[in-house]
Design a protein around this ligand. Sequence first.
Ligand code: FE2
Length: 401
Amino acid sequence: MWTLDDGRVERGVAEVDAAFCELLTQADRITDGEEARFNAAVGIRIDELQAYVLGGMTGRIADYSARAMKVARQALLDEWKFQVRSHRFRYQPVLTAAQQRNLEILKKDGVVCLDPIPETASDLWNKMWWERRLLRRQADRLPWGRCAMALDPHSPAGVMLQRTLRRVGVFELASAYLGCRMEFLYAALDHAHERQAWYKGCYADVGVDTSETAYMHLDADCDIVKAMLYLTDVKPENGAFRFVRGSHRWVRSPFLVALYKGFDCEQDAYFERAQNTLDYEGGYYRPRFHAADHRRELMCLPSSFRGSTHFGDDVIDGTPLSKRLLASEDVFVGSRGTFVLFHGAAGIHRGSQVSAGERWAIQIAFRASKQKSERPPRYVNERLASLRYQLRRLKHLAVNF
Ligand SMILES: [Fe+2]
């Protein structure tokens, strides 16, 4: 019978990680040929590891693992390219004293509460009357599911939000944190409510309750910094945002984090999405751990491969790890306008898990720009995009009148 040697896999993973970390130390000296350098130093070791792990594996789990490895390889290559770019386009904005203080906190804790912006939150709330109506309808249609939508950047609320972000200097803060110029990536309106259950009951079939650390996760996107803006008053039971203080500095295997991201992303090849496209049929957000047949196949993998970026659901209550995570977790309660910036790529966080009432919030993502300087706005294009939004809304209202 074919078996894998966990020790050999762990040595292979350590070799990939060592090669990757060594490569990163050269990021300040590279001017071209990033991909070839990556392939020669890291890719070749991933190939060796993949050949060993997949050598005797067959069936669905072999196909799944190959897909995950491919994503992992690409994620490490992207991170390497990002590091090279951020050295090439080194960006150090001038900060005010208050921004400097926030930067220190962000570096130390991975999360920082910015000055609240209650008036902006109220204005956004009013401007998003249509989006809120859509999400209320969505909550009724699929009560257990996630309830969020991308905010059109050219909608009244989208435009106002981006102006506010510029005014309060959050781009400079995020840029100083990652050392490269950051740009707006997206904003999403999130309606969390007590009927939701998408994070519950992973192991209910074997009598294990939803863990206290459920939905703790990392985003694993190296070039992204995020923010959370509350549109309603939020108490702990209303799905408050939570962040494990300092966890963005915990040492992890770059390869395994990338691989877990690969396994998570490739779930779509094996599981049907629910009607809201955010969840999966079956009602749980990590179906590969929920479905008994997939869970059995997972056990064919080397033990270090059996993880997820969304690992909190697998931590057993009462264990030292669970206690440590919960003890370091900050709960961000606050009134409308509470504004939190966090390094979700590397820091452990969660939110939207409501036990009573509801929470309305906007999640904002900033991404490291691939351009050295900002492109001038194209007024005609932006005006057209704004008109398209208005037309879409009008059409929707006419049809649903
Ligand atoms: Fe996240």
